[in-house]
Design a protein around this ligand. Structure first.
Ligand SMILES: Cc1cc2nc3c(=O)[nH]c(=O)nc-3n(C[C@H](O)[C@H](O)[C@H](O)COP(=O)(O)OP(=O)(O)OC[C@H]3O[C@@H](n4cnc5c(N)ncnc54)[C@H](O)[C@@H]3O)c2cc1C
Length: 436
């Protein structure tokens, strides 16, 4: 089908990708954004998470390129380093340092403001996409269907409204205002906090481009990552689970880094020159608004990105899931004859993008006894036991490292953990462990 006018609430990553995906199927797309959009890679108030590490997973990198051909080349003009997660990084799983080998799990680290600006530049260059500064306050409803949005009391007509307002999405409230049910919410909260700082890259030869240091449930809740980003800087994010929030003062930041399972990151940054203050972030729970389970949804309104599901950011999934949702929405628009019933079909299709990411994030988070909302039954305990044994094998098995990281990068489904060859190795390991 062809849509005359699409209104997208929010020009963050989800809104921009939705516009890119729908552009071939719409006459006109208006991105309605509450913030002034900077003409460059600069953070803004509407995206408070923007100062923190934003990894675009390998699966997301592919989807961004499909949606915006040439995107990676544009990004490469500013962020020159490609990083092979197993070839160029020291990665520490919960069981220790994993082997180094070349893989296809390659990403291009950069700041979130740079990533968003490169996406925005390409999307706003599309002939039928424009942006308007406006804070959307409601939806305009006629005959039980959404026919546009409200901006400062005025109606802005649209055939399809895409709510991409992220964590500030108000669609659930608007449904109630229409006399419908709000979606149920699933919440799994591991009480994780971030502290992030940028540093000048210190001169000197190093045998790594990046560092990924995992926590070790349940004994060491401290994790961290260091990425080479634009302007010859390092982006360093410290993450603490189970309420062990990393401090945002200088001495506390370094002390936390020293308590990681390896001191390599501490040794790298302790004499490096910081270029920013330390930014903190909490409220990192996994939260899934189950629009897919609602019996009645109004035509003309869909939600994309964090407005449907937020993930614990430590797994780096949000932007990839938003890209997959945008592609799912575009596929439906392309193949359907009318907008009737589109929201129901879309929210069901979005489950396929969300579910693997949700499974991975929530089952990892559930391994912490302090996590609220986790599954604790026999099946879940058996799964945690299995993953712990698998992790014990990672320091000696490149194949299992690649499998684990390709699931993290959403290139493979978490079901791959249960492959017979993987299960055989895990059970053999458990049998040897039981004998020693
Ligand atoms: C600390 C942290 C770290 C993260 N790290 C990663 C990572 O490593 N990898 C990854 O893939 N994801 C990461 N994420 C998730 C990622 O930020 C989001 O999934 C991604 O930005 C998609 O979100 P969105 O488009 O739904 O919302 P956002 O990108 O937050 O954009 C929402 C937009 O809507 C606008 N808006 C809000 N309300 C209105 C309104 N009423 N009217 C008009 N405009 C409005 C806002 O100003 C904003 O521009 C992280 C998240 C957090 C919190």
């Amino acid at each position: 089908m062809r849509i005359a006018h699409v209104a997208v609430i929010g020009a963050g990553i989800g809104g921009l990708l939705a516009a890119a995906a729908l552009a071939p199927h719409a006459d006109e797309i208006t991105l309605l954004e509450a913030d002034d959009l900077p003409d460059g890679p600069v953070g803004r108030v509407g995206v408070p998470q923007g100062s923190h590490s934003h990894v675009l997973l390998a699966r997301g990198r592919r989807a961004f390129e499909e949606l915006l051909p040439g995107f990676d080349a544009a990004l490469a003009a500013h962020a020159r380093d490609e990083v092979d997660w197993t070839g160029d990084c020291h990665v520490f799983s919960g069981a220790g340092r994993v082997p180094r080998f070349s893989s296809t799990l390659v990403t291009r680290p950069c700041t979130r403001p740079l990533l968003e600006w490169c996406v925005r530049e390409r999307v706003l260059a599309l002939a039928n996409v424009k942006v308007q500064k406006a804070k959307v306050t409601g939806v305009h409803v006629e005959d039980g269907a959404v026919r546009g949005v409200a901006i400062a009391g005025d109606a802005h007509a649209a055939d399809l409204v895409v709510d991409a307002a992220g964590r500030r999405s108000r669609t659930a409230e608007w449904l109630v205002g229409m006399g419908l049910l709000a979606p149920a919410e699933q919440v799994v909260d591991a009480h994780l906090g971030y502290a992030t700082r940028l540093f000048e890259r210190a001169p000197g030869m190093r045998d790594f481009k990046g560092l990924v240091i995992s926590s070790r449930p349940p004994s060491n809740p401290r994790a961290a990552a260091l990425w080479p980003i634009e302007n010859d800087q390092w982006l360093v994010t410290l993450a603490g689970t189970a309420g062990t929030y990393p401090p945002t003062d200088e001495a506390g930041f370094l002390a936390f880094a020293k308590e990681l399972q390896s001191e390599i990151l501490f040794d790298t940054i302790r004499t490096a020159t910081p270029t920013t203050k330390i930014h903190g972030f909490r409220n990192t729970e996994n939260r899934w608004h189950r629009y897919d389970r609602l019996e009645t949804l109004p035509d003309g309104l869909v939600v994309i990105g964090d407005g449907v599901c937020t993930f614990n950011p430590v797994y780096g999934q949000g932007m990839t899931v938003a890209a997959l949702e945008a592609q799912a929405l575009a596929r439906l628009v392309e193949t359907r004859a009318s907008l009737r019933g589109l929201p129901r079909a879309y929210f069901r299709a979005a489950v396929r993008a969300i579910e693997p990411a949700w499974l991975l994030a929530t089952s990892e988070d559930s391994r912490w006894p302090q996590t609220v909302g986790s599954a604790r039954g026999f099946g879940a305990r058996a799964q945690y036991w299995y993953i712990d044994r698998l992790m014990e094998l990672t320091p000696t098995s490149p194949k299992l490292v690649e499998l684990f990281l390709s699931i993290v990068h959403m290139v493979r489904s978490p079901n791959a953990f249960a492959r017979p060859d993987v299960a055989a190795q895990v059970l053999t390991r458990a049998a040897i462990g039981a004998r020693t």
